[in-house]
Design a protein around this ligand. Sequence first.
Ligand code: KG4
Ligand code: ZN
Length: 345
Amino acid sequence: MILGIESSCDETGVALYGVHQGLIGHQLHTQVDMHRAYGGVVPELASRDHIRRIVVLTENLLAECGHSLDSIDAIAVTAGPGLGGALLTGTSMAAGLGLALDVPVWPIHHLDGHLLSPLMGADTPEMPFVALLVSGGHTQLMAVRGVGHYELLGETLDDAAGEAFDKTASLLGLGYPGGAALSQLARTGNPMRFTLPRPMIRSGDLEFSFSGLKTAVLTEVRALEAAGQFDAAVRADLAASFEAAVIDVLSAKCGAALRKTGMRALVVAGGVGANVRLRAVLERSMRALGARVHFPPQALCTDNGAMIAHAAALAYQAGLLDRSSRSDSFGVRPRWPLAGSRTTT
Ligand code: KG4
Ligand code: ZN
């Protein structure tokens, strides 16, 4: 029985995962409301809030699942990448509990959690697969050949896809984080109204760039404002045109990654994976390539403790972690490349 702890950014997540039973339960607290007033995550506030929540969430989790601390055989904790102080909250909790319970503490890579999270769904992909990680901090294509065997195929050279959604949402006067709100607004808009760039769509590699797209939206917004035309209908059209541009690029690069690797399955993980239109377009375009696309359960798209415990369970089953593997400190790795690194340190 593994206790999973996630505190790398603005979500405090804990979960109980049985290596044979699967997910037993999870608890999540999101700090989105707290950070909204600042238009982004304030690292120091994030760490303090994790401290306030993490013990209570763990107690609630155990009570809800009908377990006690004695049930825990190992602790899996996000050790990076993420905000240093926020990560330290989770690793300190894990180190303390590990010492008190005399159980191993396993440092887990946050993206390992996201990457493998579709395997928790009902429709699980077979390895090998190509994974598209699209979150507020990352846009990467990875070849996943086995648990812990990852090859970085390409990534963003500047903004992450989620970051582009958030910045564009802010230009359109939507709150933070604006990805979901922008997508909601886009439903009523015309995606053909504005011709926005599809950055690097024909670059011949698997790299991405989204900062120019945000600038293109900014240019349109300024022109529309100057012309007194920046009304609700135009905003919806701009949202739809922006969303279509991002999805076109993501879909084209996913297709190119499948062709390059010869793999037949695509897995989409990270917060932007919750985007309904992205899901629909990828389903269609991957089917046309004779490939299947898999998504994590909608509730586990954003950061959570379940994906961390789950990644640890798979690494344990693959022999990458064992009862003697312990973290000897509560060291964190705010910057920690995934490819080539095993989840253990
Ligand atoms: O994976 P995640 O919860 O946190 C990070 O590790 O970054 O991803 C959050 C990102 C935010 O940028 C948010 O705006 C975006 O995912 N997001 C969406 C949608 N829901 C969340 N972007 C587009 N469409 C959505 N429906
Ligand atoms: Zn994440």
